[in-house]
Design a binder for this molecule. Structure first.
Ligand SMILES: NC(=O)c1ccc[n+]([C@@H]2O[C@H](COP(=O)([O-])OP(=O)(O)OC[C@H]3O[C@@H](n4cnc5c(N)ncnc54)[C@H](OP(=O)(O)O)[C@@H]3O)[C@@H](O)[C@H]2O)c1
Length: 359
């Protein structure tokens, strides 16, 4: 019998839409402002809003999706004790259901410092899912390289974060592209740049979104809950890979910048997954952080895994696990833009075999 997992989610600030889909159509009638107030002030428990089984064991529940009753901006802005209390309640629920690992989806990871706030817990393993997210984003970047000009510049916005720093290490070890590391705190950027520096690698840092205009490929990895990337930040023909949830790109960019290609990042194809409920993605597609949680329990992992910023060795371990459970899928999803599949060959070629090896 396989061990089980739980995965934490939360609604975005578009509460009416999200709660309508997650819970009941009647929520579509209630204004967002009223719902924000209810979530902030009512003692709402975490809710089970979905479940997952696998094609090779359809009679067994593999895991549960648990919704933390706070919006994206509440997770970032309410007093930490309140937010951590709500997330701990959801983790208690996961443990009581019998999960051995709980994954921290979307902003539940940044809100707990990548899970560091939960690492004293010994009753359940915690992972922020960011090792596999970085590994899959690395594969996506490698796949996009042939579509970029010679000697490209890649901007990593949110480079010092949990996904960002793991991805920066993976890229710095393997690419000849120039890397531009972007976040708000210069000291952390300088430390990361020094950490990954090697002869021949061009690394610059910046705290200004305007500098993104020098990049051919922009990878979005911040914990900001709003659309940070605007049309004036993008050079003609730029490609954007947006890993963020809630996303840092707005669909209006498709209209204002038709020259730019925006790709939904951090997505994994899992054809062997049977999902009950919604995660807002196409059928058989999972967030990479959810896929990490699934892979860990398929492999019987015990204890915590990705906490804080996972090292490149953890990304490599996750690629090994993805290869071990390839009969269920766990490979990079075909590129989509705001949920719409991009035509075959529109960007990038099939991943080169060596890139499917260890990162
Ligand atoms: N698709 C997936 O499967 C998947 C999986 C995991 C995570 N994610 C998403 O990836 C994102 C990052 O998660 P994480 O856990 O790595 O977060 P994190 O550890 O909190 O890192 C956030 C990074 O963004 C920077 N940042 C925050 N606000 C910013 C702003 N306004 N402007 C510029 N930089 C800013 C932070 O540095 P400063 O504080 O110095 O600015 C830091 O470098 C989240 O949206 C998360 O939901 C997606």
């Amino acid at each position: 019998m396989r061990t089980k997992f739980a995965f934490l989610l939360h609604p975005r600030d578009t509460l009416r839409d999200d709660l309508r889909q997650l819970l009941h159509p009647a929520f579509g009638l209630i204004p967002d402002r009223v719902l924000q107030g209810a979530l902030q002030h009512l003692p709402l428990p975490p809710l089970i809003t979905g479940g997952i089984r696998y094609d090779d064991a359809p009679d067994q529940q593999a895991g549960w999706l648990i919704t933390v009753p706070l919006s994206a901006s509440q997770l970032l802005r309410l007093p930490r004790a309140h937010v951590h209390g709500k997330i701990n309640q959801a983790v208690d629920r996961a443990r009581d259901l019998g999960a051995s690992v709980v994954g921290l989806g979307a902003l539940t990871a940044p809100a707990t410092l990548g899970g560091q706030v939960l690492q004293e817990r010994r009753d359940i393993g915690v992972t922020n899912g960011n090792a596999f997210t970085a590994a899959m984003t690395h594969l996506a970047v490698e796949r996009l390289l042939p579509s970029l000009p010679a000697h490209p510049t890649i901007a990593l916005v949110g480079a010092t974060g949990s996904v960002g720093s793991c991805l920066t290490h993976l890229l710095a070890a393997r690419t000849d592209a120039a890397l531009m590391l972007i976040a708000r705190h210069q000291g952390r950027l300088d430390a990361l740049a020094a950490d990954v520096s090697r002869p021949g690698l061009r690394v610059t840092t910046s705290t200004r979104m305007d500098d993104v205009r020098a990049a051919d490929l922009v990878v979005l990895l911040t914990s900001a809950a709003e659309a940070l990337l605007r049309d004036e930040h993008l050079r003609p023909g730029a490609i954007v890979l947006d890993d963020t949830q809630p996303r840092n790109t707005d669909a209006s960019l498709l209209r204002t910048r038709p020259d730019v290609t925006i790709i939904d990042g951090g997505l994994v194809q899992v054809p062997g997954m049977q999902l009950r409920g919604t995660i807002g993605l196409a059928s058989k597609v999972a967030y990479a952080c959810l896929a990490e949680t699934m892979l860990l329990t398929l492999d019987g992992h015990e204890g915590h895994f990705s906490i804080g910023a996972p090292g490149a060795h953890k990304a490599a371990h996750m690629l090994d696990l993805a290869a071990r459970y390839a009969h269920l899928g766990f490979h990079l999803a075909p590129f989509r833009s705001f949920g719409r599949l991009l035509p075959d060959g529109a960007l990038g070629s099939a991943p080169r075999p060596r890139l499917l090896e260890r990162a």
